[in-house]
Design a protein around this ligand. Sequence first.
Ligand SMILES: Cc1ncc(COP(=O)(O)O)c(C=O)c1O
Length: 381
Amino acid sequence: MMIYLDNSATTRPHQEVMNTYMKVADQYFGNPSSLHTLGMEAESLLTKARMMMAEHLGVKTKEIIFTSGGTEGNNLAIKGTALGRRERGRHLITTEVEHASSYETFKELESYGYRVTYLPVNEDGRIKTADVEKAIESDTILISIIHVNNETGVIQPIEEIGDMLRSYKHVRFHVDHVQGAIKVPLSLYEANVDMCSLSAHKFHGMKGTGLLYVKEGVPLFPLLHGGDQEQKLRAGTENVAGAVALAKAYRIERGHAIEGLAQLKRLRSQFLKGLEALEGVIVNSPTKGVADHIINFSIPYTKPEVVIQSLAAKQIYVSTKSACSSKLAEPSRVLLAMGFNGERASSAIRVSFSFQTKAQEITTILKELKQIIPTITRVKH
Ligand SMILES: Cc1ncc(COP(=O)(O)O)c(C=O)c1O
């Protein structure tokens, strides 16, 4: 039996979600913009999905923009604000530990004349709200921060930052909530968030679907021009089946959240206890302020690809930050930002759970790691 512990990379879609997707794609294939019955039926399903997600997130229906996923949501929020508010200012604030879909977007914007402040993190991977405030300038137009880090599980103080930003009306606040969705609840209202990205394939929805919450009145320059779909923020015929499947997946996961979150807590403590007993392993995820479903650890002087392939040979699936197959693995930018040395940042492995992960699966991976680790050839990065 396969043991899938790479849920931060992607999750397996729920069977009911796939059934919903198939049914909508098959029976409600009309274009929501068409004026006939088929079009109206498709539009009505899309509106229902939008209403459901708005209710789950505690926002207005028209504030939900369906996207192709987290990468698009982050790009739309960041580039959309940069272009849409360029007359207001050219300064942007983010962190050194963003997902590539935000980080690389900021790097690109620098070559178009924007100034970007990349806030550093402490050894626990966290930024300080006071540092965010200090970085704000009169022409700052956007602050974009990842909620739960995809490599380490570290949670940023989104509520505290949002609260501080109430005194800075000229700054828009975007949150990459892709890894936090359901597993680390966040109230968009309480946290004073203007924009928030979600991706369905991280909560058992379909790949290539997601949403961006955009608070009413927040100006954005669209990435895609054309028709009037999605509040004119994203032209193109809507992925109705994908959006309906997203809402279904969210509802299912949310329905399991109470037992699911308790299960993640138990799994985390079981796994950490097991890792402590393994020689040559150092845990990189901090002990506090961290999501329960992501654990990052290093086995210094090993190539993480080798560990991953050895586990995969036993049908146990985990991740390394780097998919690089060259002799020297690229160190993790996120782990380097936490102050870990190159060796530790180059030998990291990420294990990530879902609500469906079982204690027995943790017992098995620990047993396999115990066997594999002593057999791996040691190298220096
Ligand atoms: C924190 C974070 N942001 C954004 C993304 C990108 O999402 P998507 O794969 O839907 O484009 C990911 C997924 O890898 C992620 O982990």
